[in-house]
Ligand binder design. Structure first.
Ligand code: UDP
Length: 353
């Protein structure tokens, strides 16, 4: 089997602008290669992905859907990288058995019926826009089985939930070292952007007095500055956007990862990265983390938007055995299992086409 992987068009791979999609794409690529599936990756210029070669496509980046209103029409730049990437895919499609789309954007769905090669779409967001719901729903009906999602909770945000194939996520667990004994500090990871609710984690750090390490791409500078202004005394330290190796080193030393999403996370890669290091996850009971965290065993699920809930959970962290966190990832989130699920998904699509 030979696949063409079409990356997100909101940022080059390795920039952090694509959020969890960047790591997901890398892990799927490695998982498939381990199964002797040949892959090529197409991504915006400037992309880097370990040692895997990438077809680099120039053009203007797309605006992330989560920063836009629900009813906004689709906007395409004159020299859109998304258009250029799919123009490339159109030309080379005959060389591939299947194309896998990672972009949460209208164009790849709209183009699907015009391609001769089958296209599978991995949807990495919950419902964010009327136009996207409509076009994905149309493709789900016309090409059954081609819409993949990460969790059932994410799928439930769409009118076509029952037509989605749930694929979870996975990690190269050998890259994450188990740390049995944490220091007195907490972690928060991810894109620094309003839908991630970082201010609540900062507030929890201020109340408990436990230092909070913040790691991730600052996507919204104004939002970050506002948090710094509103919580001048909070014991927080911003470490920057780290590589996976650096990230797991810092993360492993923490008592817990705080997840404070205001939106329905499709999955939440950072949750399984923390668990892989033996770090319990305290998250709002909302979106993807609900299907990951075993409440009371590998972390705590607390009332959404409740800083008191976070603080209360932090006080009970000694109830969690860090070994069960690591064990959960070994059972549920290995790269081998991820590669197997995706290969089966592709086979089922090819069998129908
Ligand atoms: N991440 C990273 N370096 C950092 C902080 C975060 O590489 O310093 C990555 C992390 O590994 C994860 C992604 O950023 O893959 C965040 O993904 P998640 O699924 O949690 O949320 P999203 O950004 O997709 O909403």
């Amino acid at each position: 089997m030979k696949l063409l992987l079409m990356s997100t068009s909101v940022g080059p791979l390795g920039s952090g602008l694509g959020g969890g999609v960047e790591l997901t794409l890398l892990n799927i690529a490695i998982g498939l290669q381990k199964r002797d599936i040949k892959i090529d990756i197409v991504a915006p210029s400037g992309s880097k992905l370990n040692s895997i070669p990438i077809v680099q496509i120039p053009g203007e980046l797309q605006t992330p859907a989560q920063t836009q209103e629900r009813n906004i029409p689709i906007i395409m730049a004159g020299n859109s990288v998304l258009v250029n990437m799919w123009e490339y895919a159109r030309k080379v499609q005959a060389e591939y058995d299947l194309i896998l789309n990672f972009a949460y954007d209208w164009l790849p769905f709209y183009l699907t019926p015009f391609f001769h090669t089958s296209i599978a779409h991995l949807v990495s967001m919950g419902s964010l826009s009327e136009t996207m719901d409509r076009i994905i729903g149309q493709i789900a009906a016309q090409f059954p089985g081609t819409i993949g999602v990460h969790t059932a909770i994410q799928a439930a945000t769409f009118p076509f939930a029952s037509q989605c194939k749930c694929l979870g996520s996975g990690l190269d667990l050998s890259l994450y070292e188990f740390c049995p004994q944490p220091e007195n500090q907490l972690a928060w990871l991810g894109r620094i952007s309003p839908e991630k609710g970082l201010e609540d984690a900062v507030a929890a750090a201020q109340i408990t007095g436990i230092p909070l390490k913040i790691m991730g791409k600052i996507q919204d500078e104004n939002y970050w500055q506002k948090i710094c202004t509103n919580y001048p005394q909070a014991p927080v330290k911003y470490l920057g956007f780290l590589t996976t190796t650096q990230l797991q080193q810092e993360l492993g030393k923490c008592k817990a990862l705080l997840m404070t999403p205001r939106w329905v996370e499709a999955f939440g890669n950072v949750a399984i990265e923390a668990l892989a290091c033996g770090v319990p996850v305290i998250s709002y009971r909302r979106g993807g983390p609900v299907s990951i965290i075993r409440d009371g065993e590998t972390g705590f699920l607390v009332e959404p938007d409740s800083v008191d809930g976070l603080v209360n959970a932090i006080a009970h962290l000694d109830r969690i055995d860090r070994r069960s966190c690591r064990q959960q990832t070994e059972v549920e989130y290995s790269l081998e299992a991820l590669g197997w699920r995706f290969e089966n998904w592709f086979k089922s699509i090819l069998a129908k086409s």
